[in-house]
Design a protein around this ligand. Structure first.
Ligand code: NAD
Length: 298
């Protein structure tokens, strides 16, 4: 039986630590970390994500600012808002909920956000800093995966890791973080032949694909750690359910540790968003350093 890595529980621990540090920031410096979230259009999934982010931000004592626009908003108007938020010293984090409608240029909008307030870690400056091992705001989902992996391994050094998927928001930054932790990293993707052969060699498999139950037990080395980033909606017995990229029932008996879906990586993503907002607020306003040790020890 595999160790189930409980993302719900772990995210509560991260949020408690964030709330504690927010209290200190308020008491010692009079600063309330503020997160601005921009939502364009009425995509139901995006609405749920934005609502959850706002709720969690408020719960940890942050200020949550929401900017909602119709799907036909002009690019110039969005750019203007981002410029205003960039120069507002009371705003510490800016997030544009993706995906955006087709007429908007996503790259241009992400690049318009000040790198120091880019709490999603998608700005090219943060991407470059992560790739070259410099301090950066790191994308939330892979950051959450790393906290989970540190629960399993005291030292990741020398572990072999396979990341399935090479998106800018999950696969690539995940590989960069694993490399930074001295893992031997392979990225496989939709053009890779015999993916299962790569996975079978790995101590760690991270699946970030978007295909229900793609990863089977025959892909996994006995005792390996399996991190399932996938969130796929299925309809079963007339009900809507969430499933990962890993066939959990099949893989769990052979894995050493595994994340469930739901209740795995998902809750960690929001926790790391607030962790990034806290980092941004601290960096901007104080000489205090975030107690990174406290988070790494979690
Ligand atoms: P994406 O579509 O941008 O990228 C998917 C990647 O998977 C691509 O690089 C592609 O090459 C690869 N791929 C596609 N089919 C494949 C196959 N058959 N075999 C191997 N590789 C294949 O997706 P994304 O944004 O990286 O998200 C991936 C999944 O993670 C989705 O299910 C998404 O909903 C989920 N996700 C979850 C969280 C979270 O908080 N848990 C956050 C972001 C994304």
């Amino acid at each position: 039986m595999a160790q189930i890595i409980d993302g719900k529980l772990l995210s509560i621990q991260v949020l408690e630590q964030v709330a504690h540090e927010v209290d200190i920031l308020k008491a010692e410096c009079g600063i309330v970390p503020a997160l601005a979230v921009i939502l364009v259009g009425d995509d139901p999934a995006s609405q749920v994500y934005v609502r959850n982010k706002a709720k969690r931000a408020t719960e940890v004592g942050m200020l949550s600012l929401e900017y909602r626009f119709d799907a036909d908003i002009a690019q110039v108007k969005l750019n203007r808002l981002i410029r205003e938020l960039n120069s507002d010293p009371t705003v510490h984090g800016i997030l544009v909920q993706l995906p955006l409608p087709d007429h908007l240029n996503e790259d241009e909008i992400i690049s318009a956000i000040a790198p120091s307030k880019d709490v999603d870690g998608f700005h090219p400056q943060n991407v470059g800093a992560l790739a070259s091992g410099q301090p950066a705001l790191v994308p939330c989902t892979p950051q959450g995966c790393m906290i989970m992996l540190r629960k399993v391994y005291a030292d990741l050094s020398g572990k072999s890791a396979v990341v399935i998927g090479r998106s800018n928001i999950v696969g690539k930054p995940m590989a960069a973080l694993l490399l930074q932790a001295n893992c031997t990293v392979t990225i496989v993707h939709s053009h890779t032949a015999n993916i299962e052969d790569f996975c079978r060699q790995a101590d760690i498999v991270v699946a970030a694909v978007g295909r229900v139950g793609l990863v089977k037990s025959s892909w996994i080395k006995p005792g390996a750690t399996v991190i399932d980033v996938g969130i796929n909606e299925i309809h079963e017995e007339g009900r809507r359910k969430l499933r990962g990229d890993v066939d959990f029932q099949d893989v769990e008996p052979i894995a050493g540790a595994i994340t469930p879906v739901p209740g795995g990586v998902g809750p960690m993503t929001i926790a790391c968003l607030l962790l990034n907002t806290l980092k941004a607020a601290k960096k901007k306003n104080t000489s205090l350093k975030l107690d990174d040790m406290a988070f790494e020890a979690m």
